[in-house]
Design a protein around this ligand. Sequence first.
Ligand code: ATP
Length: 442
Amino acid sequence: MTVVGLDDTDSRERGMCTTYVAATIARALQREGASVSRLLLVRLNPAVEYKTRGNAALAIHTDASPAVAFNLAREHLSDLAETADERTHPGLVVTGDDPDAVPDEIAAFTTDAIRDHLEIADARELCTRHDYQTWHVGDGRGRIGALAAIGAWNARSEWTYEHISYREPERWGTPREVDTESVFTAAESAYPTVWDTVDRSEYDPVCVPHTPGPILHGIRGDDAEAVRTVAEHIESEPVASSQLFVTNQGTDAHLRDARDESLDTAQDGYAYRLEGRVATEPETRRGGHVFVTLEDVVDGEDTATTAGADTGDDRSRLECAAFEPTKRFRDHVRALRVGDRLTACGEVSTGTLKLEKFAVRDLIDTERVTPLCPDCERTMKSAGRNQGYRCRDCGTTAPGKREVPLERTLDVGWYEVPPCARRHIAKPLVRGGFDGPTHPER
Ligand code: ATP
C-alpha cells in the first residue's frame, strides 16, 4: 500500500480546495489501473493561524507504487494548487507504508497537528528519518498537514463521512443553483445518521458553501451510504463529479481534556474541555456577543445552590464568549446564573474561550433577594453596613437577605452551537456518547 498526504493548495480569494485536488489525484490513479481504498479528510488544529478556512489535510490510500503515486500527485498539485497566492505553500508526502503500519511517532505527529502548533522543521525531520518522499512549493508548510494526514489512520479511531459533490469548472465563482427545499427534505429523511446538512431555525442549507471554490455541497454523517443517498436527492445545477471522504469531522478531536486542571491552564491557540463555576452574570455586549466568566471549582467544595453567592477568593477565572453568529445558543448562555457548575468546550483566543458547547452539571436553584416588609410588602432598605434591612415606613426589620426559589429555564446537560455556527471538527450532540443528557440543535 501507499499513502499520499497533501495539504495547502487553496487560496481564500482564488478558490480551489484540497479535497478537490485529492479527488482528482485519486481518479488519475484509478485511470492508471491502481485501486484507491479510501480518501481521508483530516481536520487539523482549527486555531492554526496559517489556515485558509477549515484547516483540512488529505490522504489517499492506494495500491499504486510509491513512485507512480508520487509523480502523479506532484503533477496534479503543481497544476491545481493556487501557488499564485503567496500564502499558499503546498506540500506532498508519500510513503510505501501500509496505512495501519505507519509508525507511532507519525501518528503522534498527527495528534499534535490536531491539538497543538508544529514547526515545518518537525515535519521535514520526520520525513527524512522515515525516508518519505516529499515535494513542496514556497516554504513547504503544507508538509505539516500532508504528514499529519499520513499518520491519521493510526492516530484516530473515530471516523465519520462526507460526500462532496463538485461543480462544473466553468461555474466556479458564480452563485450556486441548489434547490433549498430539496436539501431540507433530503436532510430530514436521514437525520440523525446524517447531520449538519441544514440549520432548521435559520432556514440555512449549511451543506452548501459560500466560498468561490469547486464544492457544490458536502453531506456529513455517520454512514457512507446515507450521505451518498442524501446527496443524490438534492436538486441542483449539474454535479461534475463527487467523492466520498472518511473524516475526523464531528469528533471533537481538537479538544484537550483539562477538566482536572485549573482554568489558568487555558492558553491562546488551543481548544479545551474545562470545568468551572459561573462567577459573573452573563453580559450581552455590543454586536450581540454574550460573555460569562467561569472560575475554578475548588476540590471538595459543596454544590453551590444559591445565586449571587460570591466565593470571595481570588481563584483563577476564564472569560467565555458566545459570539453573535452562534445565534440561539446565546440564549442558553444568557440563562446561566452565578454559581452554576459547567463543563465548557472551545478554543481560547486572546484570553477568551469561544464556546462551542457546554454542559450544565449543577444548576443553582435559589437566589438571595432583599427582604420585603411583612406589613406593607414593599422592598426593605439597608439599615447600614452589617445591620440588616428595615422598612422606613413601618419600622419593621430583617437580619439579612432571604433565599427564594429561582425559576430556571436551563436543564442539566449539554448545549451546543447550532449547525450554522458549527466548526468542522466539533462533535454534534446528536452523535451521542456524551456524559449527560443532551439538548441537540438541528
Ligand atoms: P486547504 O483547503 O488548502 O487545505 P485550509 O483551510 O485547510 O485550506 P491550508 O491552506 O491547508 O488551510 O493551510 C493550513 C496550513 O497550516 C498548512 O500549510 C498546514 O500544513 C499547516 N498546519 C496545519 N496544522 C498545523 C499545526 N498544528 N501547526 C502548524 N502548522 C499547521
